[in-house]
Ligand binder design. Structure first.
Ligand code: ACM
Length: 268
C-alpha cells in the first residue's frame, strides 16, 4: 500500500480556508491512506470555550466530514483526520476515518493535553481498530490515536492487541520527544505508524505554543521510513505491505505480543 501524512499549518478558526488548503493539496493524490493533523480545520489553542463551540461539528453530517467524503470519493484514498466533534452536549477531540465507499468511523482522544483537559470531554470509545482496504482491494486493520496518546504506551499497545497493522496518529505536537518515541511504539508493537503533525505557532494572551512538524512514518522493526521537515507543507508517502506487521515473532523462542505476562503487570 501507499500511505502517509499531510503536514501543514492550519489557520486558527478558519475552517473553510483550511479545508480549501487541503482540497488543493490532495487534488492529484496517489495514496491508499492519508493522515491529516489533529484539529486540522480549526487550529489548536482555543482562546475561549465559545471559539471551540463555533468550530465543533457533528460526524458525519458536519462540513469537514462531508469534505473528507468528497476527497475520498475523488481520489480513492482512505483519510484519517482530526477535528473537534460535537455530540449532543459534549465536545470531543476526535479523529474521523473516511473510506472511499463513503463509510466513516470515529475515535475520540483519550489522553487530553494541557488546556484540552478544560475544553474537551475525554474520549469514551476506547481504542477500536477498523477494517480498511487499499485501492487494489487488500484489507488491513487500522487503529487511531491522537497526539498526546503517544505518551502512554498503553494506547499503542491496546491498538496492537486489538489487531492493528497500522496506527494513524493525527497530531499537534509541541513537546520534542514524540518523533523519537514513535519508532519505539512501532517496534514494541511490531506495526506501522503514521504521525501527521502540524507546524506554526498559536498564541493565547501571553502564552505561545509552537508545533514541531517532523511528521513521520515508522515501520515494525522501529525504522523511520520517512520524516518531514519542521516547518514545510509536505505530503510524505511510503510504500509498504501492512501485513508485514502480522509476523510478530522475534526469534524461534519469542513473540512480541505472545510473550507478554499480563498476570505480572500492574494495571492500576
Ligand atoms: C497534543 O496532544 N496536542 C500535544
Amino acid at each position: 500500500m501507499k500511505a502517509g501524512y499531510l503536514q501543514f499549518a492550519p489557520r486558527y478558526l478558519q475552517p473553510e480556508a483550511n479545508r480549501e488548503t487541503v482540497a488543493e493539496l490532495v487534488t492529484d493524490l496517489d495514496a491508499d491512506l492519508l493522515v491529516l493533523p489533529e484539529l486540522f480545520p480549526s487550529g489548536y489553542y482555543f482562546k475561549s470555550q465559545s471559539d471551540l463551540e463555533q468550530v465543533a461539528e457533528p460526524i458525519p453530517e458536519g462540513e469537514t466530514t462531508q469534505a473528507l467524503l468528497q476527497w475520498a470519493s475523488d481520489t480513492g484514498t482512505t483519510f484519517v483526520a482530526g477535528l473537534a466533534e460535537r455530540e449532543g452536549g459534549a465536545i470531543f477531540n476526535s479523529a474521523v476515518l473516511v473510506r472511499p465507499n463513503q463509510t466513516t468511523e470515529t475515535y475520540r482522544k483519550v489522553h487530553l493535553f494541557y488546556e484540552e483537559t478544560e475544553r474537551f470531554d475525554p474520549g469514551d470509545l476506547g481504542f477500536p481498530v477498523f477494517e480498511a482496504s487499499t485501492r487494489s482491494g487488500q484489507t488491513y486493520r487500522l487503529g487511531i490515536m491522537v497526539c498526546f496518546d503517544w505518551y502512554f504506551p498503553e494506547a499503542a499497545r491496546s491498538l496492537a492487541l486489538n489487531g492493528a497493522d497500522v496506527i494513524a496518529h493525527p497530531s499537534n505536537l509541541v513537546l520534542p520527544h514524540c518523533p523519537d518515541a514513535m519508532p519505539v511504539r512501532a517496534r514494541e508493537n511490531h506495526l506501522y505508524s503514521i504521525t501527521a503533525n502540524r507546524f506554526g505557532t498559536e498564541t493565547k494572551g501571553d502564552e505561545e505554543l509552537t508545533f514541531i512538524g517532523m511528521s513521520e512514518i515508522c515501520g515494525p522493526t522501529g525504522e523511520i521510513l520517512r520524516r518531514a521537515s519542521r516547518d514545510e507543507v509536505e505530503i510524505g508517502i511510503e510504500s509498504f505491505d501492512p501485513h508485514d506487521a502480522r509476523e510478530r515473532h522475534i526469534n524461534r523462542f519469542n513473540d512480541t505480543l505472545g510473550d507478554r505476562r499480563p498476570e505480572t503487570y500492574v494495571t492500576q
